[in-house]
Design a binder for this molecule. Structure first.
Ligand code: PSU
Ligand code: MN
Length: 306
């Protein structure tokens, strides 16, 4: 049941949860701020289709008219995609004002986890998470996503961390906060566009059942927080590391020159990288999301058996 007037769970998602069926949460910042229209909408709708094909119910999450909406309709997805950057990117600190004013918001990993937990959804799949930014020792730019992983009991499936971040420091931070970082079929921490980052995950697990069992153990022991599953981009879509890293470096250099800070940093870098690489990074991004949501559906199914 809806816990409060700021939460709206779609009938389909609520029915699945009540029946103990698998549900996979999805974020909306990737739609409004992470990809250009109309590819963003096309991708978001394909993502839902892939989750259904893998036996789970998709729950795209956004703030619509001041409500954390768990299970957006295709019309709402189209609206979020078309409005793009005009939909405020909503992290934890943005929720109080946006909800009180009855506004819309694109949920980041952080707020998607919050809404998923409120609704009772345990598995959430996306592309990339926020982390410790390069230069954070000076800027203190550390994504709220890491704090949320420390606090909120939702499993997040991603393709690792982009090298717009300091991947080593991101892993250190997660260790400090007690967040397990699991590699799906790999010991290497993937770097989003590439299958390796030079860093290792905490544990390699090879099946959705093992991942579900580990998360169940965490929940049953009442260990606070979530778990991060890093699923490497499929080989055939992975990018040349030198090529992508040169472009990421160029994008970061430009963001520093332009004085981009705060919540604008990540969307600026994502957009710049897409422009510099002529769309090839966008295609990789789309394919790794498809790969992650299929895994999410399988893990959600296993979790229902626990
Ligand atoms: N990284 C990506 N794609 C994304 C994001 C991050 O590769 O779309 C989005 C996610 O919504 C993530 C947010 O939660 O950016 C992090 O923003 P910030 O760094 O401002 O915390
Ligand atoms: Mn930030």
């Amino acid at each position: 049941m809806n816990m409060n007037k700021y939460l709206s769970v779609s009938p389909e998602v609520q029915a699945a949860l009540d029946a103990g069926k698998p549900v996979v949460a999805l974020e909306s910042t990737i739609i409004s701020h992470g990809m250009p229209y109309p590819k963003n909408v096309e991708t978001a709708l394909n993502v839902e289709k892939i989750i259904r094909e893998n036996g789970a119910v998709p729950a795209t999450i956004a703030i619509i008219g001041g409500k954390l909406t768990v299970g957006c309709t295709p019309e709402q997805i189209e609206y979020l995609g078309k409005r793009g950057l005009d939909v405020p990117k909503a992290s934890r600190r943005d929720l109080p004002v946006l909800l009180a004013r009855g506004e819309d918001g694109a949920t980041t990993v952080t707020t998607t986890m919050i809404a998923a937990a409120m609704a009772g959804v345990k598995v959430f799949a996306t592309g990339g998470i926020g982390g410790v930014h390069r230069g954070a020792e000076v800027t203190m730019d550390i994504s709220a996503d890491l704090e949320e992983l420390a606090e909120t009991p939702v499993m997040v499936i991603c393709a690792g961390a982009k090298s717009i971040l300091d991947i080593g420091l991101t892993l250190e931070y997660l260790e400090t906060k007690g967040v397990p970082v699991i590699g799906y079929g790999t010991e290497d921490m993937p770097a989003f566009y590439t299958r390796k980052s030079g860093f290792k995950v905490d544990y390699r697990l090879d099946t959705p059942a093992e991942i579900a069992a580990a998360f169940s153990a965490k929940l049953e022991c009442g260990l606070r927080g979530g778990m991060l599953v890093a699923n490497p981009i499929p080989e055939q879509y992975s990018m040349d590391p030198d090529y992508i890293n040169e472009n990421i470096d160029a994008a970061i250099k430009e963001s520093v020159e332009l004085g981009i800070t705060g919540k604008k940093t990540t969307p600026f870098l994502l957009d710049k990288i897409q422009k510099l690489t002529g769309g090839s990074s966008l295609e990789a991004n789309i394919q790794l999301v498809y790969n992650n949501v299929a895994l999410g559906a399988k893990i959600a199914a296993e979790l229902c058996k626990q």
